[in-house]
Design a protein around this ligand. Structure first.
Ligand code: NAD
Ligand code: USQ
Length: 401
């Protein structure tokens, strides 16, 4: 199959490109290195020393004799992306090419507008380019579980049956996103749903939970193939951050009560899910939605998992409670469905089986690159909040009282 990966220099995009290339598909990637630029802006960097896209593509060729074609440019640039789609003729477009960070989108008006323009306009370009040049292609679009928020009822996979005033319909489940970033994903979902309806396009919206981990089978072939692994407050997710904090000897930064619950999955399961979706394309005309996550944990559960895993390596970890820099429910019901991808054959990795080998040991390998200052949260979502919010309480001390 001809597969175009948008955002192919990113954490998931580069790993996905290698995964499909190894399985005999013709793969091309698109990226404008925005993620690398945002790190420069924030003064942060990936824990793993990632090579340039060009060097990674060359290393891939040397190690596997396989080609990954690369197109450097902005998905927001209509002329660029429409030509790539016209000329490469993808059968599947896997769209990771967006800004993925909730805190980054909450810094100020400029960042919120930038994230909106980049994500929403980019996806609109992709939809119009598909309509013009690839109407039979399948768009596999990375959305987020955060589109739904944390309602006090179960969460279905995209749609649910409603009965209202004696009439029934199947409608999109209400979205209550928790940041300007998460809002862009809702806007994308609406635009994709509409484009499928009016132009008969085919698309799957993958509402993905939080991804963790560094290693995939392809990455393990050679360190020149490493993907990024972030731990700063904008781009590092809680679990990745906790693993780095454990190795650096910093108390784990649990925000607020720590009962915020999310769905999680290993990066290898992202690859499996995207493959299962790609190989089982939907019929044209309706956007399909899968909830893509394996296990759900509260933030405090994650901290305890990391503490336990680190102990196996002789590392003693402390857990701290930070006053929450975000505005979110710290205790809530959480029971989202995730049946569709399991029905297609997903064989999941579980956190307690993989944390030591494929995450913490890798973090130890690169521990000299940890910059402790990047870990402290400084982006406050509350109106009028200041750095006084960075109060640290020792979790274990607090729970003795
Ligand atoms: P990432 O930032 O590492 O990768 C995104 C890539 O897209 C980057 O290399 C960036 O330079 C590129 N990009 C962004 N805007 C672009 C543009 N306008 N033109 C060309 N390239 C552009 O992020 P990731 O963690 O790999 O996430 C990939 C996707 O999956 C994102 O859409 C994200 O919202 C979604 N997602 C990620 C997670 C997670 O835990 N990592 C969870 C749920 C959903
Ligand atoms: N959190 C902490 N301590 C930290 C960092 C985060 O307690 O040091 C908490 C947050 O307050 C939040 C939870 O952990 O309650 C998850 O935060 P996160 O940073 O791990 O993940 P999130 O902001 O939700 O975003 C990540 C990805 C995003 C993706 C989303 C999926 O960055 O691209 O869309 O996960 S989901 O969470 O399902 O919406």
């Amino acid at each position: 199959m001809r597969i175009l990966v948008l955002g192919g220099d990113g954490y998931l995009g580069w790993s996905t490109a290698m995964y499909f290339s190894k399985r005999g598909h013709t793969v091309a990637v698109v990226d404008n290195f925005l993620r690398r630029m945002m790190h420069l802006e924030r003064g942060t960097d990936s824990l793993t020393p990632i090579q340039s896209l060009r060097a990674r593509v060359e290393a891939w060729k040397e190690i596997t004799q396989l080609d990954i074609e690369s197109f450097v440019g902005d998905v927001q640039d209509w002329h660029f992306i429409s030509r790539v789609i016209r000329d490469f003729k993808p059968e599947t477009i896997i769209h990771y090419g967006e800004i993925p960070s909730a805190p980054y989108s909450m810094i100020d008006v400029h960042h919120a507008v930038h994230v909106h323009e980049n994500n929403v306009n980019g996806t609109l370009n992709v939809l119009f380019a598909m309509k013009e040049f690839a109407p039979d292609a399948h768009l596999v679009k990375l959305g987020t579980m955060g589109e739904y928020g944390t309602p006090n009822v179960d969460i279905p996979e995209g749609y649910f049956e409603v009965e209202f005033r004696g009439r029934k319909d199947v409608l999109p489940f209400p979205r209550q996103p928790g940041s300007f970033y998460h809002l862009t994903k809702v806007h994308d979902s609406n635009n994709i749903m509409f484009a499928c309806k009016v132009w008969g396009l085919r698309a799957t919206d993958l509402n993905q939970g939080v991804v963790y981990g560094i290693d995939t089978d392809e990455i393990k072939l050679d360190d020149r193939l490493l993907t990024r692994f972030d731990y700063d407050e904008s781009f590092g997710t809680a679990l990745n951050r906790f693993c780095v904090q454990a190795v650096a000897g910093i108390p784990l930064t649990v925000f607020g009560k720590g009962q915020q619950t999310r769905g999680y999955l290993d990066i290898r399961d992202t690859l499996q899910c995207v493959e299962l979706t790609t190989l089982n394309a939907p019929a044209p005309g309706r956007m399909r939605v899968f909830n893509q996550w394996v296990e759900h944990f509260s933030v405090l559960d994650l901290a305890l998992h990391v503490k336990h895993a680190a102990k196996q390596l002789g590392i003693d970890v402390k857990i701290a409670h930070y006053q929450n820099p975000r505005v979110e429910m710290e205790e809530h019901y959480y029971n989202p469905d995730h049946k569709e991808l399991f029905d297609l054959g997903l064989k999941p990795h579980l956190l307690n089986e993989t944390l030591v080998e494929s995450v913490i040991k890798r973090v130890i390998q690169h521990k000299d690159r940890i910059v402790e200052d990047s870990i402290v949260p400084r982006i406050y979502w509350k109106r009028g909040a200041t750095e006084e919010y960075t109060e640290i309480l020792d979790y274990e001390e607090n729970n003795k009282k």
